[in-house]
Design a protein around this ligand. Structure first.
Ligand code: COS
Length: 383
């Protein structure tokens, strides 16, 4: 249910203050320590951030898509690692359950996800199934009242701190593609689960990512999401449609932050006897970034509105993700250029954002996968 305007504005204001006053001063520390302080995570719980999109009847705030992207944009004004802590509960770690779970499954897990007591994590990618997500090799074989899961999931965000995994595994060995895949809720303390060491990454330090290995892990049959086999891939795609809009909104927020930093610097920094903002070649970069960001903002707001109105926005969400994530890459590149030497130096934080945003063009579907989703939709509509 949509919030009234005043309540939404209050929420955005609270988050803006938290981001500006509490998180921004910690960016450099988080980048160096590769960890989010525990007290910050507790404050996120207290603010209700883990439950932003979980329906109200399960203890969340039940934000619709338009509200979610508005919040995500504000959260984009700081390092993306902060958002990642609660990002899986708001997005890919909870939405399989929210969208396709049974009532019993929702009642069992969602209230604790809304408070942040349970952290959810989305296990789709495998060593041999990245962009080709329908080719998952992880198996789930039914034996009496349980499914026995075997396989490896790769690059799983928040796996090191997760309590609950949404796992996509093949229940029908005779079906090679998407139709043999089912989705499961697997508690992280189940016997037979092992985690790799956390990955060391190009950017987004403070975001936790590792592999998850399943060795004869027994999962109660009632943890098959929605109770039906063979529809797990579709569940994953529905979750990703939403996730792609969320990532687009974060990209917009970061672009806004980088523009703010760039204009401030360009007005202060003097060369040839004047502020570099006075030079038209600098102005061109600022104007291109502003225009790029505005375009992405319009796309995302419109697609979110259409999703809230009940439309299938799979291809539009792909367009948003393609444009917004490539856009923030351009904006970050221009920010480095405007800062010049300072843009390459750690102390200014610009190079950190430059590295952080690179991931957006890869995870939750690469830019090339978004292009294929868009083109497939075009061909379907025109055939
Ligand atoms: N919503 C609902 N159902 C969807 C859907 C969507 N957005 N997209 C596809 N489906 C359904 C299709 O309707 C089809 O159903 P039927 O078998 O009942 O006809 C099924 O899913 C398979 O669809 P399709 O044939 O399009 O699947 P492909 O194997 O061609 O793959 C891509 C589609 C490439 C788009 C998909 O594999 C993908 O998104 N890959 C990237 C994965 C990704 O984002 N990974 C990141 C991991 S999370 S960080």
């Amino acid at each position: 249910m949509a919030l009234d305007t005043e309540t939404l504005n209050q929420l955005l204001d609270t988050i803006d203050k938290f981001v500006t006053q509490r998180l921004r001063p910690l960016e450099s520390q988080v980048g160096n320590d590769d960890a989010i302080p525990d007290d910050v995570i507790q404050e996120m719980r207290d603010l209700g951030l883990f439950g932003l999109t979980i329906p109200e009847n399960y203890g969340g705030l039940g934000l619709n898509m338009s509200e979610e992207v508005a919040v995500a944009q504000v959260f984009g004004h700081t390092s993306p690692a902060f958002r990642s802590v609660f990002g899986t509960n708001v997005g890919i770690g909870s939405q399989s359950l929210v969208i396709d779970g049974t009532e019993e499954q929702k009642q069992k897990y969602l209230p604790k996800m809304a408070t942040g007591e349970i952290i959810g994590s989305f296990c789709l990618t495998e060593p041999e199934a990245g962009s080709d997500a329908a080719s998952v090799r992880t198996t789930a074989k039914k034996q009496g009242d349980v499914y026995v899961i075997n396989g490896t999931k790769r690059y799983i965000t928040n796996a090191p701190i997760a309590n609950l995994f949404s796992v996509f595994a093949r229940t029908d060995q005779t079906q090679a593609g998407s139709r043999g895949v089912s989705a499961f809720l697997v508690e992280a303390n189940s016997k037979g689960i092992a985690l790799s060491a956390p990955y060391r990454k190009m950017g987004q330090q403070g975001t936790y990512v590792c592999d998850v290995m399943f060795d004869d892990v027994e999962v109660p049959a009632e943890n098959l999401i929605g109770g039906d086999e063979g529809v797990g891939f579709r569940t994953a795609m529905k979750v990703l449609d939403k996730g792609r809009l969320h990532i687009s909104a974060i990209s917009i927020g970061i672009a806004e932050r980088l523009i703010e930093d760039s204009i401030k610097y360009a007005l202060e920094r003097k060369q040839f006897g004047q502020a570099i903002a006075e030079f038209q070649l600098i102005q061109a970069m600022l104007a291109d970034s502003e225009t790029d960001t505005y375009a992405a903002k319009c796309m995302v707001a419109e697609t979110a509105r259409r999703r809230d109105a009940g439309e299938n926005v799979a291809a539009l969400a792909a367009s948003c993700k393609l444009f917004a994530t490539e856009m923030v890459g351009r904006v970050a590149d221009r920010a480095v250029q405007i800062f010049g030497g300072a843009g390459y130096i750690e102390d200014y934080g610009i190079e950190r954002f430059y590295r952080d945003v690179r991931l957006f063009r890869i995870y939750e579907g690469t830019s090339q996968i978004q292009q294929t989703v868009i083109a497939k939709d075009m061909m379907r509509r025109h055939s």
